[in-house]
Design a protein around this ligand. Structure first.
Ligand code: OAD
Length: 239
C-alpha cells in the first residue's frame, strides 16, 4: 500500500450511475423498475417467485449493454490513477460502470450483475447471459441452484472486514449518490469520522445521513464529482 499521501475511501450508490440511464433504487414511486424492492432483492422473494427474480436480473444484466460510464465514473478512475496515497472505491452498485471507466481498486459490496453463483456449492462465475430456474451449475452440475450474485436484504455484504479496516485508516471519506438508508454502508461515515477522517457527501439532495458529514457538495454527479476530483488533486499538488 502506498503511504506517501493521505488515504481516500470513496463510497458510491445508485446516484453515480443515474445519469448513465440506470434507475436508482428508491425512485419517487418507491419502486425499483416497477417492483417492490423486497420482492426482487431478498432471499424470501427469490424463494417465492424465482422466475420473476431471474427475469428481473436478466433484464438489468442485459441493460448494461445499452449504457456507458459517465463523467462521474471517469473522474473517480482519474482520481485513483493520479492520487499519491492509498485509494479504495467501495460501490453498492451492481452495474459494471466503474470498472468500464477504468477503476481498478474497487469492492462491489452488494455483488455484481455480471456474476452468478450456485446455492448448492457456493461456486461463483462471470455470466453475461440469462439465468433461469433450469440453469445448471458448471461446478457441481446441479440445476435450479443458480442465482444472481447479488447481496440481498438480510445477507452479508462482501469484504466487510477489509472495508472497515480501510475506513479506520483513511484521511478522507467521500460518499457519492447514496440515500444513506441501507446499512452497513449508511454507517461508514460514522466509522470514518470517529477515526478522524474528513468526510464529504456528494448528492443531488440532502439524505438520511447528511448531518453526519463535515462537508456537502450538492448537484448532479457528472458535475460535482469531476469538480471535487480536480479540487482534491489540485490541493494535493500545491502542497
Ligand atoms: P437509492 O436509490 O436509495 O439512492 C440514490 C441516491 O442518489 C439518492 O440519495 C439520490 O438523491 C441520489 N441521486 C440521484 N441522482 C443523482 C445524480 N444524478 N447525482 C447525484 N446523486 C444522485 O440508492 P442507494 O443508496 O445506492 O442494494 O441504495 C442502496 C442499496 O439499496 C442498493 O445498493 C441496493 C438497494 O437495496 C442491493 O440491491 C443489494
Amino acid at each position: 500500500m502506498k503511504s506517501d499521501g493521505p488515504e481516500i475511501v470513496v463510497l458510491t450508490g445508485a446516484g453515480v450511475s443515474a445519469e448513465s440511464g440506470i434507475a436508482t433504487f428508491r425512485g419517487t414511486d418507491g419502486l425499483w423498475e416497477g417492483h417492490r424492492i423486497e420482492d426482487v432483492a431478498s432471499p424470501e422473494g427469490f424463494d417465492r417467485k424465482p422466475q420473476l427474480v431471474h427475469r428481473f436480473y436478466n433484464l438489468r444484466r442485459a441493460a448494461l449493454r445499452t449504457v456507458q460510464p459517465n463523467a462521474a465514473h471517469s473522474a473517480l478512475a482519474r482520481l485513483e490513477a493520479a492520487w499519491p496515497g492509498a485509494f479504495l472505491l467501495v460501490t453498492q452498485n451492481v452495474d459494471d460502470l466503474h470498472e468500464r471507466a477504468g477503476s481498478r481498486r474497487l469492492i462491489h459490496m452488494h455483488g455484481e450483475l455480471r456474476n452468478v453463483r450456485c446455492t448448492a456449492c457456493s461456486a461463483s462465475w462471470p455470466w453475461e447471459e440469462e439465468t433461469s430456474t433450469h440453469s445448471r451449475c458448471p461446478s457441481c452440475g446441479d440445476t435450479g441452484t443458480v442465482r444472481p450474485d447479488i447481496v440481498w436484504f438480510g445477507e452479508m455484504p462482501i469484504d466487510m472486514d477489509r472495508i472497515i479496516a480501510r475506513l479506520a485508516t483513511c484521511a478522507i471519506f467521500i460518499s457519492i449518490g447514496t440515500s444513506g438508508q441501507v446499512y452497513p454502508a449508511a454507517g461508514f461515515v460514522d466509522t470514518a469520522a470517529r477515526h478522524g477522517a474528513r468526510t464529504i457527501e456528494v448528492n443531488l439532495a440532502g439524505t438520511a445521513t447528511s448531518k453526519a458529514f463535515h462537508e456537502r457538495r450538492t448537484g448532479p454527479a457528472t458535475e460535482t464529482v469531476p469538480a471535487l476530483v480536480d479540487e482534491l488533486l489540485n490541493a494535493h499538488h500545491s502542497h
